[in-house]
Write a protein that binds this ligand. Structure first.
Ligand SMILES: Cc1cc2nc3c(=O)[nH]c(=O)nc-3n(C[C@H](O)[C@H](O)[C@H](O)COP(=O)(O)O)c2cc1C
Length: 215
């Protein structure tokens, strides 16, 4: 069978669970924590990986995976380079979306909201707990800029390794976090024959309204 035919034919029925209005938490953040906890318990691989979608100044969307690093009170933190493409997008348009897909549980979560750069104390705290090699990596990578070669990157790593020899590696001021405050959530549970459950939470007069969407 050709690869194209194989891809067309691939189809799995989702049968592992259901999601009913009567069983969801009235607070979407608590529902998020419940599902995240279940995903961690089920040892879902790369459970903290989420797709971050941003919009460019030219109104073009771009998405990439980043890691969720903190979550508290309807807020979600992730970290990266403040000169990167995503950083430039978020500077001009703070509206972003996050999505998680946990195939082992046949679940997807979509979150939308606005981001701001997080308090530097969060960035310091997260950065200071990273492995030394990752800290050196942050100094060495002008994320999203063009490199002439792999060698150029490796030379920069060697340079910064030498520069910080025997010293603590400080957080570069071009590296840090963002925090998203959510105003929309969707919890998707795969069901048989594509009749999935989709429960959404939208903010209305600062209260969460729960509804169901067609799959
Ligand atoms: C599993 C996984 C986790 C990642 N985690 C991060 C992250 O936490 N922060 C980050 O800046 N990039 C992370 N990346 C790399 C991004 O996907 C992306 O390549 C990078 O942020 C540059 O994107 P940009 O040019 O759109 O800014 C991760 C990639 C993968 C596949």
């Amino acid at each position: 069978m050709s690869l194209r035919d194989e891809i067309k034919k691939l189809r799995e029925d989702f049968v592992k669970g259901h999601l009913l209005e009567s069983e969801v938490n009235t607070d979407p953040f608590k529902q998020f924590e419940l599902w995240l906890g279940q995903a961690v318990e089920s040892k879902v691989s790369e459970v903290q990986a989420m797709t971050l979608c941003t919009i460019s100044p030219e109104n073009k969307p771009a998405s990439r995976i980043v890691y969720l690093r903190e979550f508290e009170n309807n807020q979600f933190w992730f970290y990266g380079n403040y000169n990167s493409r995503k950083a430039k997008n978020m500077e001009t348009n703070p509206n972003v979306s996050l999505s998680f897909f946990w195939p082992d549980l046949e679940r997807q979560i979509r979150i939308e909201g606005k981001v701001v750069k997080c308090d530097p104390s969060f960035s310091d705290n997260y950065f200071n707990n990273r492995p030394r090699e990752s800290k050196i990596g942050s100094w060495s990578s002008n994320q999203s800029s063009e490199l002439k070669s792999r060698e150029e990157l490796e030379n920069l790593v060697a340079e910064y390794t030498k520069k910080f020899e025997g010293k603590e590696v400080p957080r570069p001021d071009f590296w840090g976090g963002w925090v998203l405050t959510a105003d929309y959530y969707e919890f998707w549970q795969g069901r048989k024959s594509r009749l999935h459950d989709r429960i959404i939470y939208s903010k209305e007069n600062s209260l969460w309204k729960i509804s169901r969407l067609a799959p």
